[in-house]
Design a protein around this ligand. Sequence first.
Ligand code: GDP
Ligand code: MG
Length: 719
Amino acid sequence: MNSDITIALAGNPNAGKTTLFNALTGARQHVGNYPGVTVEKKEGFYPLNGSRLRIVDLPGTYSLTAYSMEEVVARDFLVNERPALVIDIVDASNLERNLYLTVQFMELGVPLMIALNMMDMAESRGMMIDLKKLSSLLDVPVVPTVARIGKGKQELMETVRERVNREKADKLLHLSYGGDLDQAILEMEKEVRCAGFMTDKYPARWVALKYLESDEQIIRKGEEANPSLSKRLQSMVQQVSNHLLVTTGNSPEAVIADHRYGYIHSILKQGIMIRKHDQDRLYHSDKIDKVVTHRFFGPVVLFLVIFGLYHFTFTYSKIPVGWFEKFFSGLSRLASTYLPEGHFKSLVVSGVIDGVGGVLGFVPLIMMMFFGISILEDSGYLARMAFMLDRVFSFFGLHGSSVMAFIISGGIAGGCAVPGVMATRTLRSRRERLATLLTAPFMNCGAKLPVFALLIAAFFKENEAVIMVMITLVSWGGALLVAKFLRLTIIRGEPTPFVMELPPYRLPMLKGLIIHTWERTWQYMRKAGTVILGISVILWALMTFPGLPEDHRNQSISQEDSQTSVSAKIDGTDQTQSLKPNEAEALKYSIAGRIGTGMEKISHLAGFDWRVNIALLGGFAAKEIVVSTLGTAYSLGEADPENSPPLSEKLSGPGGWRPLTGLSLLIFTMFYTPCFATVICISREAGSWKWGAFSMAFNTVLAFILAVAVFQIGSAIGY
Ligand code: GDP
Ligand code: MG
């Protein structure tokens, strides 16, 4: 019963594939998974000429290069199952970006037609599209649809019927990729064709293109099919890459993408799209944008929005954060009262409750921050932010798409650099991508937030929102200056142009906001309960063992004098006064104490004592560790554990730090090495561990210079 004809629905995510699929198949559908992967596979049936048409809803993709699982799945389906027709769902309100995928279908030579969907959106934005012209220029049938209400369905299926009965094969689209690449493609294509290298599945020219685009999947298959030819092709690619890099500063991938967009531009420019905007019939998003992205008012609005967010977060989280603090100090008191004296009690009280509890105490603050950011994201405002910063970014040698990578990394607060670094994949120029990779970790990710919150609570209680705005400005400023520095020195090259698309404003849905907020908050809590807990226990052990040897206890007085003098010099106070004398000595004698004390020789320049040093070392594993380690360090051997104040009060109270130390630590935390996970990710994305190592070393040195400058200048002027 294999007489069913198969057709596939393909297109960008959110173009309306599934909506159209449902409209066509109704209840006659089946959902499963593609073998071996978690990508969903949907198929259904449509009655056609007495037989059945099998329709497959492919995963949404922006390209056909194997960057993601979705792309691999979509492509494999096209070449292995050879559907009789591919319906490319194109979002009419977003033509340029959507046609990028269309061009790749045409290069692969699949039998194609276009469903130009979202025609209602395009119309309400005042766009008129010349369908006949588009169809004739691309040489592909184009049918307008509004999938949401099933409009255009009949006409679409008419065309499908004609197309699947056609004998003639679609001809391949041959684009020119500029002199150098065209030459290389011709040579590679010849080799591929002569050897019949994978040509049973792919067109020869397409294989050459995929080698040039460094498509991992195709190269792997090629290596299996014919290792020596695959090697030869790769060395040809290497040659032309080097040549391009020297002459244009770009990778073949970037040049190929540029030419594909160039082709699309040239088509769109021929009067296909007419915007009939008159002043009084503006789409409402455009009206809002007149103010929100205005040259002068735009930045003002941006500033107010961010200040408002921080103000809201810090003000309204104060009360619940207080509850959490009370809860953990109560727990701590309970444990100190009822647990027997000894290492176990110390582990529970100082290692777990005072360590991890410090991180968990900020959950309400983190949650409110995430809620606010979800509003900005879901409403479409974040895209405006990227739009406004585009020009600023290109001045600093970054790309418009870098803004999104920055925001994902925690540009406003509370992101993560790992997905931020991954987001740089959309950048086409390798240099701009590297510069973005290396500077995105300067943003204030969710793990740095509790550190800031702790220091703000300890030293800058009066102006929380203002300080947070300043932290944000300093981190962006720092990131941009470093980017400029890198682009003027080790990664020089021309900027590439960029067209920013603005999605319409949408009223966020409460349910969506709550789900987003909860997902992120839960991630934070889970990390605290796993990674942070584990490392806290290790650091507790390092701060507890080996413990003081017997003979050491008696002669400790004279040595203590000489050792505390370093701390005293740093902070102008004797930090050990709230500790039992022997405990203070034991702390310093511990493994961590000795490492931290050893580092004081340099770190005292920035005002850091041994506890801060250990906390910062731990922070390489995850930045929250800075808070938990300080919590443990200030809890161990406390003179009066039953009346222990919150960590922020210990830091700012008598025997604590000078505010200047807090500021210096704040600056250092903003700029020093990305956490371990991010370094791994940078190395992988940049294609060499050297960039990961560079990022660790460069950032730490930079952070130290800044912290020393702040501390020394501050001290000199009497703070
Ligand atoms: P997919 O990711 O390509 O499967 O896209 P979906 O089918 O899930 O559609 C994404 C969103 O666009 C949904 O909210 C649809 O309701 C909406 N949508 C789909 N087609 C149209 C259309 O023609 N006009 C409008 N205004 N919305 C549409
Ligand atoms: Mg879908």
